[in-house]
Design a binder for this molecule. Structure first.
Ligand code: HEC
Length: 144
């Protein structure tokens, strides 16, 4: 990029400013994102998932109740058999739909293990594509 257009050069020289350096014409610095320690954890956090889900198993929920939603390792453990082989894509599709559209409080899959009644729809917070990436990652959470 040339350092100044001709018309600028005229204005600048009229102001007694010449040359390229120190004129504040450099593009302003880009805002710097904090270095993510883990892209997927950051995506989960930004999408609001971590208000209800923990990245590690065994954490209590608010007011010493069970956690609001199942932790990711519990999800990975529960679906470990479906998560391998041909059924994996189907499982990812189903869980992506659950996250996007929300779950039915009368058909909880986690009854008795959590304090939340149902998951609200998250489609306003995260795209289907990012949800799929997140689910894929969730299913890889280390579990017993
Ligand atoms: C307001 C609380 C809340 C938020 C926010 C939330 N969830 Fe949930 N989630 C739940 C609850 C409660 C359940 C258990 C649903 C049930 O009982 O079947 C659940 C279940 C799940 C399950 C398991 C579904 C199943 O069929 O077993 C996955 C995977 C999941 N959530 C992922 C996510 C992701 C990814 C996000 C963020 C984009 C998210 N959740 C945001 C509360 C939440």
């Amino acid at each position: 990029m040339p350092c100044a257009k001709r018309s600028w050069a005229v204005v600048l020289s009229a102001l007694g400013l010449t040359g390229c350096s120190g004129l504040g014409l450099a593009p302003s610095p880009q805002p710097v994102e904090p270095a993510p320690t883990d892209d997927m954890a950051l995506l989960a956090s930004r999408s609001g998932c971590l208000a209800c889900h923990a990245l590690a198993a065994g954490k209590p929920g608010p007011n010493a109740l069970p956690p609001i939603g199942p932790s990711w390792p519990e999800v990975a453990l529960r679906y470990r058999e479906e998560a391998v082989g041909e059924r994996r894509q189907e499982l990812i599709d189903r869980l992506t739909r659950a996250v996007q559209d929300g779950t039915n409080p009368y058909a909880s899959r986690w009854n008795g293990q959590i304090s939340g009644l149902a998951m609200p729809p998250n489609a306003v917070a995260i795209s289907p594509k990012d949800t799929r990436r997140l689910i894929d990652w969730i299913l890889r959470s280390p579990h017993p």
